[in-house]
Ligand binder design. Structure first.
Ligand code: SAM
Length: 285
């Protein structure tokens, strides 16, 4: 099968099937073999691995994954891509394509069926509109995950990786870092895609922690506190928590907890580390 990372081969297959790009599905197909090699290498895929690919498109990355993995399941929402995938992946016998919205799938059930419930590797060139929901779903729904290696908007990759005191730091940084170790492995310019996106992209690997880095009495409450602290970025943490409809705390309680932690009552959420958010949530529960 022709290497779809060559632009002329991608164009040929799109013309053969008279395919029209659907903006609503964030369709920007990779046409750079070096980027594809980097993604597969960063994910550390071996012949032992079961890989879930989200959004295979015309199967460009899927071909690379099939070469390296034991078994691949690729979940694609766009029904017009299914006959194309049957064609471009016809030589591989270790792949199953499922037409479904990944956000509606039972991924835990899939990991159970395909990998006996052992940790799976997720690889995706993600449509930007589902980046945050799918990452949170993968971490929160107890899917056994080894790592998630994904192409996302550069700005989103930065948000996942940064620590306190920067403008990109927020609820996404804390949620990702609670569950995993984030590492940006490549920056990818728009000319590596067809059609070209308006913004730069980056590949980020999220390696799931064996053990969460902080101990909390209740995870749900920790994330409620984090969300409330960043909902009103320009307010102090005390006011942000007090005004949140999600939690019920008195201002004095928050001031007292901050005092116990040696922090000022004027502090903003963006200055707190994950460890400090964990201590605060434990003190307020
Ligand atoms: N992996 C291909 C590549 O790298 O060339 C395509 C990447 S393209 C950025 C994103 C793909 O995800 C598209 O094929 C799109 O149709 C698919 N997609 C979008 N939303 C989806 C969803 N909710 N569930 C599954 N696939 C989705």
């Amino acid at each position: 099968m022709a290497d779809l990372a060559k632009p002329q081969n991608t164009i040929a297959i799109l013309q053969k099937y008279n395919f029209s790009f659907q903006k609503k599905f964030g369709q920007n197909f990779l046409i750079d073999s070096r980027v594809l090699d980097k993604i597969v290498a960063a994910a550390g895929i071996t012949k032992e691995d079961f890989v879930l690919e989200i959004g295979p498109g015309i199967g460009t990355m899927t071909q690379y994954l099939c070469e390296s993995a034991r078994e691949v399941t690729a979940v694609e929402i766009d029904k017009h891509l299914i006959p194309i995938l049957a064609d471009t992946l016809s030589e591989y016998h270790n792949v199953e394509v499922i037409q479904e919205d990944i956000l509606k799938m039972d991924i835990k059930g899939l990991a159970e069926a395909k990998n006996h419930g052992n940790p799976i590797k997720v690889v995706a060139n993600l449509p930007y509109y589902i980046t945050t929901p799918i990452i949170m779903e993968l971490f929160e729904s107890q899917v056994p995950i080894d790592s998630i290696t994904i192409m996302v908007q550069k700005e989103v990759a930065d948000r996942m990786q940064v620590g306190p005191g920067t403008k990109d730091y927020g609820a996404l940084s804390l949620a990702v870092q609670y569950y995993a170790k984030p590492e940006i492995v490549a920056n990818v310019p728009p000319n590596c895609f067809m059609p070209r996106p308006k913004v730069g992209s980056a590949v980020i690997r999220l390696t799931r922690h064996q053990k969460v880095p902080v101990q909390v009495k209740c995870e749900k409450f920790l994330f409620q506190i984090i969300r409330a602290s960043f909902n009103q970025r320009r307010k102090t943490l005390v006011n942000g928590l007090y005004n949140s409809p999600e939690i019920t705390v008195e201002k004095e309680q928050v001031v007292k907890a901050l005092e116990q932690m040696g922090l000022s009552s004027n502090i903003r959420g963006e200055a707190l580390t994950l460890e400090q958010f964990a201590s605060l949530s434990n003190l307020l529960l």
